[in-house]
Design a binder for this molecule. Structure first.
Ligand SMILES: [Fe+2]
Ligand SMILES: [Fe+2]
Length: 334
């Protein structure tokens, strides 16, 4: 993720600028240039090999099992441990599908709009080049996720459940429907996702004994996302500081729900996995309730949201009581 804020005027895109009808054209700058220095040599799309699943590796956990909390539930761990490998395979499918959708439907769409001046602010010249590199990165992430998903389906012969549309897309659409400016809401959700995904990938890449192709994809992705994190963090900060204080606080008020959209467990997706491996509906609900209504998940969400809250603090955007309450209750809405 990155953040850039500002107006610019007289550009070649004036005819299509979102603010052409009477608005000034803000141009934002970012200090993220350093993070993209050396991109042609460092980016995964430029240097990494294709990650190929070894047929012998499919006997391993296809996803780090310690990152799948419901596997510890007694109905799974004690009563049906033989279903764990199947569940891990379906979790890998959901993870890859989530990432594919995040890149193609959200991050690259938002970044394209930034480049093409379709948002109420635009990037300066250097930031536009970096945004183009970011788009290349994300397109490659989407490709290696689709490629790995295809390889895994072929080698394991485990069918996808068909319930893999990530829940965050529905929550984003809902938020945009309630927003006065759906484009800005999309930008805020993108910035938040780019600030959250880095920590998640760093955690996942070093987890357990998974096939080299799986850990390789996570490693490639994490390396690139460190750049994106700085880019969208800068951009979010620049955007918020360019606004009058009240408007900035109103924008910041959307952030807790954006965090929740990514961090809260995708219950429909997990339920689909559990049904697919043979649990009945009562068992599914028991597993979901016992696992995800617990407060242990809240600690993880709080930790992940900490840097975003730190940014708001640095910008002197002390949250309103309502927003502070929303942050305090992140991870509890199940
Ligand atoms: Fe990515
Ligand atoms: Fe990214």
């Amino acid at each position: 993720m990155c953040g850039v804020a500002g107006f610019f005027t007289g550009c070649e895109f004036a005819q299509t600028c979102a603010l052409k009808n009477g608005g000034a054209c803000r141009s934002l700058t970012t200090d993220a240039a350093r993070s993209f220095r050396g991109w042609y040599d460092k980016a995964s799309v430029r240097r990494s090999p294709r990650r190929e699943l070894d047929p012998e590796d499919i006997a391993l956990d296809l996803f780090p099992r310690h990152l799948v909390p419901h596997l510890a539930h007694p109905l799974i761990a004690q009563s049906h441990p033989e279903r764990i490998q199947h569940l891990l395979t379906l979790t890998l499918y959901r993870f890859l599908t989530f990432t594919f959708n995040l890149e193609m439907q959200l991050v690259n769409d938002t970044t394209r709009k930034l480049i093409m001046h379709e948002l109420p602010f635009s990037l300066d010249g250097a930031a536009i080049l970096n945004a183009q590199k970011l788009i290349c990165d994300e397109a490659y992430h989407a490709l290696f996720c689709a490629d790995l998903l295809d390889q895994a389906i072929t080698l394991t012969e485990v069918a996808p459940t068909g319930t893999a549309r990530p829940a965050f897309l529905s929550r984003l659409a809902e938020a945009q429907g309630a927003s006065e400016d759906p484009g800005i809401t999309q930008f805020l959700y993108t910035a938040v996702s780019e600030m959250l995904i880095t920590a998640t990938l760093y955690e996942a890449r070093s987890a357990g004994e998974v096939p080299g192709a799986v850990s390789g994809v996570m490693l490639d992705h994490a390396a690139d996302e460190a750049r994106h994190h700085i880019f969208y963090r800068d951009l979010l900060g620049s955007y918020l500081t360019s606004l009058p204080k009240g408007d900035a606080q109103a924008a910041a008020a959307q952030i807790p729900e954006a965090i929740a959209a990514y961090m809260e467990p995708d219950l429909p997706g997990i339920r689909g996995d559990l049904l697919a491996v043979g649990f009945d509906r009562d068992d599914c609900e028991e597993i979901l309730f016992d696992t995800y209504a617990a407060t242990s998940h809240k600690d993880y969400v709080d930790m992940s949201a900490r840097e975003i809250q730190r940014l708001l603090h640095e910008l002197d955007l002390s949250p309103t009581a309502e927003v502070a309450d929303a942050f305090a209750h992140l991870g509890e809405r199940l």
